[in-house]
Design a protein around this ligand. Sequence first.
Ligand SMILES: Nc1ncnc2c1ncn2[C@@H]1O[C@H](COP(=O)(O)OP(=O)(O)O)[C@@H](O)[C@H]1O
Ligand SMILES: [Mg+2]
Length: 468
Amino acid sequence: MSTHNRSKYVPPQKDNAPSTVKDPLAAVPAYLSEHYTVIDKIGEGTYGVVYMAKTKDQHPRMLAIKTFKPGKEGDGISPTAIREIMLLRELKHDNIVHLDAVHLHRPEPSLSLAFDYAEHDLYEMLRFHRERGMGPVLETYTLKSLMWQLLDGLQYLHANWVMHRDLKPSNILVVGEGEEQGRVKIGDFGLARIYVCPLRPLSDNGVVVTIWYRAPELLLGARHYTPAADVWAAGCILAEMLALRPLFQGNERKTPASAFQADQCDKIFRVLGLPSAASWPTLEHLPHWRDNTENVRAHKPEFPAKSRLAEVIAEYSALAAGGGVNPSDQRGGALSDLLSRMLAYDPDHRISAADALQHPYFQEDPRPGRNAFIHNGRLLVQYPRRSKHGPAGASMPPGAPLNTFDAPQARLGLSRNATPSAVLAPDRKLTPVNAAVATHTTPQGLPPGSASRPRPSLKRPHQDRWLR
Ligand SMILES: Nc1ncnc2c1ncn2[C@@H]1O[C@H](COP(=O)(O)OP(=O)(O)O)[C@@H](O)[C@H]1O
Ligand SMILES: [Mg+2]
């Protein structure tokens, strides 16, 4: 028996301490009140604060307003913000977050970006399943639809020479209500960049991608990496949706900035086995592979001779589902094939987002749909809305254990629907990169019931990232 099904999942640490700031809205830039009623703080990252707000016009709409701290150089505008604006003004796709307005306030100077509001993000959705032990796993249809849409947004980005570089559950937004209900919106383009003919190796940009989702070529010091790194991150996310825990949860070395992340590599090798020049011909040229002989190249007894991915996923999924899933049910299936292609070591042989969309997994029932929450007219799960007082309806007391793998048995990776799905796969039309940035909010009806309640603003340590 492997050690994996015995290892207890240690959930990401969250800063649950009550905020010392009395009024979370005290720092809202005053100029925003001209346009919006700010309702609550919904996120805080390295680069600024995100607020939930309502437009002050005839047809109020909910928006997420991302404010940026001034740039380090003292020029007032952070490079992250500029990158986000530059890219998002051009990108237009159903699965990419929509930038509604840009507000530049010259006197300070200060910059805020207003995005269409998405009620959920994948981090919170997975946390909901973990905490409640309900369901207990994501519905096959929901999981497949979320993945399909994520890949569709990704293939659009890559077709337009954009790499996201920071894909992780908290940056994958999902619309809760209205016409776009159940629609994935890839968000947080703060680290994204165009990769056509880079003048400098892209690695000069600093280390990117939160460590658990970081591709092996980045971990091993590749200087020219490719959109395949986004596909790796998406593969890690697919595994996390199945297992309700990060697949490769390495401990990070914080300093120096370019530190070799031995533990993260170790975590990967324990599941996929040690990479070899046979399966990854350019491996020998990667600096950390060459230089860290003891840490990396040496074969440890814990590294399996060949990939244990399907087995590990099945074991984790069984734990998430309360036990009872036979690992052999998961092996050799379309899902495990797709996952292993997304997590191929060699970036040149890793499946592309466009090819992943054509994978047989998405042809099998249940077919993926545009609304990940509603299948055959039925709302599969009511995910909690953002709330000041914790997840609505289904909250756990603060500090309740996250590791509640005690729910009834459920089988993963298998359709729960006896009849073929009538839901059509979404269109995959590529939208030309030509949309202009909105500089003013556009009035639009607020979908019924979308005056959402705010949720707690907890900084997520695993959201921390490294750049400049
Ligand atoms: N359009 C949006 N709708 C709802 N919530 C959002 C939206 N954009 C961001 N958020 C929330 O704010 C958090 C931080 O936003 P993000 O753009 O990822 O900034 P950063 O990680 O750089 O701080 C997200 O994880 C999400 O929970
Ligand atoms: Mg983010």
